[in-house]
Write a protein that binds this ligand. Structure first.
Ligand code: TYD
Ligand code: MG
Length: 452
């Protein structure tokens, strides 16, 4: 038997080389080459020649008014930027068992106005049926196809002519034209390219489910993320019921949108009012807990910031943070040391954002500081107060974006007081709110209000 020819491929950009290279000359990545069998002569899928396009004035281009497809899920529509764009390819990545298949199957079963083809290379028809029964939903227009050979899948697309396609997962699909096993760089790259071509030529949206590797990025070549139109990350703590769908790349919408779901025995339930679940409902007033008004995407969300401060048991004080940037916490603690006599080097500080959410909105700075101080002093912050403010290095409380929305959300959820920055309030009428708004310029003033 002839020896199988192999080549080296960069897992980052997909470039091919005859020998192993330490640093990819194309993308500059180190140690990214893997050895894989060479593709047999790849024929062009259509072989048709087309007319070369000519440059056009942007004003001359007509857009065919293409409505976005409604996914029947408020959260999914939002994350996609207002619905599914025809011809777009969406990659959904997430840890095993997080609920990617559940999310997609649930969507396929609920949408009855479009013909959906759910291609599974991972589960059998019986398994899918069992899952579908758990989830419920009519599924009158949902076809399942358990196959992993790309050529057969493309053939069925032509026969069935579905409106929306789901591939579960891209790592299990393989093309017969390529001589390597599914999940390898070449297979993933070529199968995605073929599916992408189908989506663009036929103007059909395709969802690709993707596995993620140990580092948390989507397994396969990094080019995969460049090729598709939208990348969604399905995240969450497996021990926690809440799941967050986040868009990390979107050619047709904002990337700061999130959708929140709760995993139940009957599938994923949408959470329309996240503030409600993220706030604890105990009546006790505890020290170290503060409610902050953040904005995720365009939605205001109230979240609980919890801190625990204790004397450092060992020489080095510990700093631990869940859901908040550790370096920013370090910066805030330094401000606290300067402004409130907090003895940084003698204290362990643990910070947690309740509900497993990750927050990057700087507006929770003031709440973080308040929670740390509250735990340190063992004096609770009143339960009816909500905070939004960014902290500068000098201890000034800086204004935050969309302050009116934050105040509105706090008022809606029954908070009596709101603490915000004194600055950036031009044109905002604070008297129209029932909630009492306190404005401060420095952290010291905020502490006076919180711990009078
Ligand atoms: P799954 O969609 O198979 O995850 P992925 O495709 O991302 O690997 O999700 C599986 C998990 O979801 C499994 O641990 C069981 C749980 N689950 C429920 O809690 N309720 C349900 O109705 C379903 C279908 C799954
Ligand atoms: Mg799955």
């Amino acid at each position: 038997m002839a020896k199988q020819k192999t080549a080296f491929f960069c897992t980052n950009c997909g470039v091919e080389s005859t020998k192993w290279i330490g640093k990819c000359p194309s993308c500059g990545e180190w140690n990214s080459y893997v050895e894989e069998p060479i593709i047999k002569a790849v024929k062009s899928a259509t072989g048709k020649t087309r007319e070369a396009p000519i440059p056009k004035l942007v004003t001359e281009i007509n857009i065919a008014k293409e409505p976005r497809l409604n996914t029947k899920s408020v959260e999914l529509n939002r994350v996609l930027g207002g619905g599914l764009v025809p011809g777009s390819v969406i990659l959904i990545g997430g840890e095993p068992g997080i609920g990617k298949s559940t999310l997609m199957l649930q969507f396929s079963l609920r949408v009855s106005s479009y013909k959906i083809m759910y291609v599974s290379g991972e589960e059998s028809e019986q398994q899918l049926k069992l899952r579908a029964e758990r989830i419920g939903g009519k599924g009158e227009n949902c076809f399942v196809y358990c196959e992993s050979i790309l050529e057969n899948i493309l053939l069925q697309f032509d026969k069935l002519n579905p409106d929306i396609i789901i591939i579960d997962s891209i790592q299990t699909i393989q093309s017969e034209r390529i001589d390597s096993s599914p999940g390898t760089v070449v297979q993933v790259r070529e199968c995605t390219a073929s599916l992408l071509k189908y989506a663009k030529e036929n103007n059909k949206p395709i969802f690709l489910i993707g596995h993620i590797n140990k580092e948390g990025s989507i397994a396969g070549p990094k080019v995969l993320e460049h090729m598709v139109d939208t990348v969604l990350a399905f995240e969450g703590d497996l021990n926690n019921l809440y799941r967050i769908l986040r868009s990390t790349k979107n050619r047709f919408g904002s990337t700061s949108e999130i959708g929140i779901f709760e995993m139940q025995s009957t599938g994923l339930k949408e959470v329309p009012n996240p503030s409600d679940i993220l706030l604890s409902h105990t009546d006790e007033i505890l020290s170290g807990t503060v409610v902050a008004a953040t904005i995720e995407g365009i939605r205001p969300i109230l979240i609980e910031v919890q801190a625990l401060v204790s004397s450092a048991a060992y020489g080095n004080p510990q700093r631990s943070s869940m859901g908040f940037d550790l370096r920013r916490l370090g910066m805030l603690l330094a401000v606290l040391e300067k402004r409130a006599g907090f003895r940084l080097s003698a204290k362990d500080v643990f910070l947690n954002i309740a509900g497993g959410l990750k927050v990057s909105d700087p507006a929770i700075d003031l709440a973080v500081i308040a929670a740390v101080l509250s735990s340190d002093l063992d004096r609770p912050v009143p339960k009816d107060i909500c905070i939004a403010g960014e902290i500068g290095l000098t201890g000034e409380v800086r204004p935050v974006s969309r302050v009116e929305q934050r105040i509105g959300e706090a008022e809606k959820l029954g908070f009596k007081k709101m603490l915000i920055s004194k600055y950036g309030l031009k044109g905002i009428d604070l008297t129209k709110y029932k909630i009492q708004v306190f404005t401060v310029a420095k952290v010291e003033e905020a502490f006076k209000i919180l711990f009078h």
